[in-house]
Design a protein around this ligand. Structure first.
Ligand code: TRP
Ligand code: ZN
Length: 464
């Protein structure tokens, strides 16, 4: 079933293009309304858009590292959720050269990070439509005073993409919010001799023609826009297959001449995590080590990006744990970021505990011993604010919250909860309220006091 999806999408796109175009605007529904410019995220009000759901992104990217020029076409298959007179995409990339909807040129306005498209005839609720946007120029990374550098990041020999939380708009037009996951196909064309990778699985072999090489990458499982990655440059690539999973790791030889065990450790860690969290949610694993210069790693789907050096085992555990917690079970809003970082950090603690290192209890105790005046206790992780998405408390107090929960409900129920959380919200989004409800169901205990103290109350919480 899953394997046929890209074919189905190709057929759908074809039939949309062949369908006789509605003759004039009057063919659209009379009660059409403009789609919203955001999905209502409390931290990022313009992230995502209303009025439609994206089914699939087909991205055709041609990049020349020496000139940093990108020439691209994005084909977006979406389904209207209301009768739409116009709709928005999030976009802050190179200049647009053309926009069409269902094969007909469409007027558009591009202002700030919003691309507003007015199809010639209004879109009908529940009916799929195809948007095609072509653009060319030099993509710029987003450089935010609080969140750092993210999005499409040019490197000295290519580019790397790390888009959390809303950087996808720097390189393709997108409904840029985890609540609208979609499948992806990405075609990368680069000069012969340059290596190009993306998240997901390669489709066939790379093809070279006229001095340029094209590779195609497919993500069949639902993918949040911030987790889509591309890496272009000089890389040493290793491929293998473990059980059902393809493993692809790539290392910039300027970072390291050897892989330092990344390939094997990623496979080992994934197996370990699947034992604790349940079946791996995607079709391949791996990792990319590149000189990006942003100073952080990102759990890009199937293939995390590690910046500047070979990752420690603990960092591999963190990023691979995100494949379950963050990538498959994604935050319903960016306020829920602790559901990503608290779980990934707690996975590091569990790895340590089960591999001869400190126990989770020891780590909890060490952090809890910090004085009441430590800044860690100032801002509770349940609502860190947009500028502090990646602040220490989100990670460590988030992990402590899970440990306090484990202490309260016991190991057996806690580990059942970890699996059920991943299973019940697989490939979806979830909130802290969903976790509280599931934890209460699994344990039969009232847990809101614990959640309130650990996630929403400033000051050091009492031990459970
Ligand atoms: N989500 C990343 C991780 O924990 C971290 C991250 C993303 C980050 N963007 C950031 C950290 C910006 C600091 C600044 O793996
Ligand atoms: Zn993380």
């Amino acid at each position: 079933m899953r394997r046929t999806r890209p074919l189905l999408i190709t057929a759908l796109i074809g039939s949309l293009l062949l369908a006789p175009a509605a003759a004039d605007a009057s063919a659209g529904p009379p009660d059409a309304v403009p789609g919203a410019s955001g999905v209502g995220d409390p931290y990022l009000p313009l992230a995502g858009n209303g009025g439609y759901d994206v089914v699939h992104y087909d991205l055709d990217l041609d990049y020349t590292p020496a000139t940093r020029q990108l020439k691209a076409t994005a084909r977006i298959l979406a389904k209207a959720t209301e009768n739409l007179s116009r709709f928005n995409l999030d976009y802050q990339g190179p200049p647009i050269t053309s926009v069409s909807v269902n094969g007909r040129r469409a007027p558009y306005v591009h202002e700030g990070g919003e691309l507003v498209i007015s199809p010639r005839s209004a879109l009908r609720k529940r009916v799929p439509f195809l948007v095609e946007v072509s653009y060319a120029g030099s993509p710029q990374a987003i450089d935010d005073p609080a969140l750092g550098v993210y999005g499409w990041v040019p490197t000295d020999d290519g580019a790397a993409v790390l888009s959390e939380p809303d950087g996808a708009r720097s390189w393709y037009p997108v409904n840029d919010h985890p609540t609208d996951k979609a499948s992806y196909s990405i075609r990368l064309t680069v000069p012969d001799g340059v290596t190009a990778l993306a998240s997901g699985e390669p489709l066939g072999r790379a093809v070279s023609r006229g001095g340029r090489t094209t590779s195609t990458w497919v993500s069949r499982e639902p993918t949040a826009s911030y987790l889509v990655t591309v890496a272009i440059g000089e890389f040493t690539v290793e491929r293998s297959r473990t059980k059902s999973l393809l493993n692809i790791t790539a290392i910039d030889p300027k970072v390291s001449a050897t892989d330092g065990g990344l390939h094997q450790t990623t496979a080992t860690v994934t197996d370990w995590a699947a034992g604790l969290f349940g079946r791996y949610p995607f079709s391949s694993i791996g990792g990319i080590v590149d000189k990006v210069g942003v100073g952080y790693a990102l759990e890009t789907q199937t293939r995390p990006i590690y910046d500047g050096r070979l990752p420690s085992t603990s960092l591999i555990v963190h990023e691979m744990a995100h494949q379950w917690y963050g990538n498959s079970v994604s935050p319903a809003t960016w306020r829920e970021i602790w559901l990503n970082e608290g779980f990934a950090t707690y996975a590091e603690w569990l790895w340590s505990e089960q591999h001869g290192g400190d126990s989770a209890q020891a780590r909890f105790d060490r952090i809890h011993a910090r004085p009441d005046t430590d800044p860690l206790w100032r801002r509770p992780p349940g609502d860190p604010g947009r500028d502090d998405l990646f602040t220490g408390a989100v990670y460590s107090r988030g992990a402590m919250t899970l440990h306090a929960l484990r202490q309260t409900i016991g190991d057996e129920r806690f580990f059942t909860l970890l699996k059920r959380w991943a299973a019940e919200f697989r490939h979806r989004t979830a909130s802290t309220a969903d976790l509280l409800a599931l934890a209460e169901k699994v344990s039969g205990k009232e847990l809101d006091a614990l959640f309130t103290a650990w996630l929403y109350t400033s000051g050091k919480p009492a031990r459970p």
